[in-house]
Design a protein around this ligand. Structure first.
Ligand code: SAM
Ligand code: SF4
Ligand code: SF4
Length: 335
């Protein structure tokens, strides 16, 4: 069944946040001044259980969702995550399960995740230089650990992409070193423009480094050719290093928005459904599920929400709209 929104965009993919907690405090996502020791993360009982996630996932797949990505907070901190992946991987009609992670626990967990049915993994890494890396995420963890996680995932046959958020004054010096490093490894690197998600990361236009600026910098050292998107709604603008099979991509949420092809729903760790990354209000599916409704009611509710969707925040972003701070946090909704 195909369900479309007010602009005709089909519901095709789903991100599920499995926890709002993280062992990093990336300045652009969970600044340590706000997400300190006393920050009130969700209590365990407020998280969707694996059974509840599975039930929702099945409903979404019936409505046309083919891809699910698990995220967080840091998803690998959710206990027994491979059990959830095992439950999702046998859903009839679901073609792809991915995961986005900071990879600090990946070396240890990669094989269990793959055995459970995970196919693809996106690792977030913003710098190779250890000191810079630690100053961005305040974790005290070495990049070596992340790189070992990436190597392990590649070695066991997971498809790996690396995501790097680029922010002015934070890590632009790493644009070319990261490209060199991952080109040599044959791993796709994707540059993400710094976004105004949430209300805590001090975003403004002047801190954004655009795809065009990054591309120009790369072009001084590498020859790149564009690649056509694999499917409608593919978020990254993809290129190939000429003469190789290795790709590099750009997620241009700020400089070239892609709302017209946005087919993604997001479920936060507490079961609220959001139809846009920049939303302020979500629909509480945890409450609905725990009220004892049957699956038809759940499906009816998803259809009603998607049919009424009119989101196109990035298409309309202005300095003024970005100042409206009534928005959910990235660590809660999961990117
Ligand atoms: N903890 C995991 C990780 O970092 O991969 C998963 C959750 S994280 C919220 C998902 C993605 O959002 C990461 O790739 C992260 O770099 C990205 N992200 C977080 N805040 C961002 C921002 N303000 N602008 C752009 N990307 C951001
Ligand atoms: Fe944690 Fe990921 Fe946010 Fe960094 S981007 S603070 S790793 S949730
Ligand atoms: Fe989709 Fe909202 Fe992002 Fe536009 S701003 S691409 S509607 S999530």
């Amino acid at each position: 069944m195909i369900v479309t929104d007010k602009f005709g965009r089909p519901l095709q993919d789903l991100r599920i946040s499995v926890t709002d907690r993280c062992n990093f405090r990336c300045t652009y996502c969970m600044p340590k001044e706000i997400f300190g020791r006393d920050y009130p993360f969700l209590p365990k009982n407020d998280l969707l259980s694996f059974e509840e996630i599975e039930r929702l996932a099945k409903a979404f797949v019936q409505l046309g969702v083919k891809k699910i990505r698990l995220t967080g907070g840091e998803p690998l901190l959710r206990r027994n995550l491979p059990d959830l992946i095992g439950k999702l991987s046998v859903i009839d009609g679901l073609e792809d399960i991915g995961l986005t992670t900071n990879a600090t626990l990946l070396e240890k967990m990669a094989s269990d995740l793959k055995d459970a049915g995970l196919k693809r993994i996106n690792v977030s890494l913003d710098a190779l230089d250890n000191q810079l890396f630690q100053s961005i995420n305040d974790s005290g963890i070495n990049t070596e650990k992340v790189l070992r996680g990436i190597d392990k995932a590649v070695e066991i046959g997971l498809e790996v992409k690396v995501n790097m958020v680029v922010k002015k004054g934070m890590n632009e010096v790493e644009i070319v070193p990261m490209a060199r490093f991952f080109k040599d490894k044959g791993v796709t690197l994707r540059y993400i423009e710094f976004m105004d998600v949430g209300k805590t990361n001090g975003w403004d236009f002047s801190k954004v480094i655009t795809k065009k600026q990054i591309f120009n910098e790369l072009s001084r050292e590498f020859e790149l050719e564009p690649i056509d998107p694999d499917y409608i709604g593919e978020v990254a603008k993809r290129y190939r290093y000429i003469g190789t099979d290795t790709e590099v991509g750009f997620i241009t949420s700020v400089s070239e928005s892609f709302c017209s092809t946005c087919t993604r729903a997001r479920i936060a760790a507490d079961g609220k459904l959001y139809t846009c990354l920049f939303a302020s209000k979500g629909f509480d599916f945890k409450e609905l599920l725990r009220s004892g409704v049957n699956d038809d009611e759940v499906i009816k509710q998803i259809i009603a929400l998607w049919n009424n969707r009119t989101d196109r925040y990035s298409d309309e972003r202005t300095e003024e709209s970005a100042k409206n701070k009534d928005r959910i946090e990235m660590s809660y909704i999961g990117g």
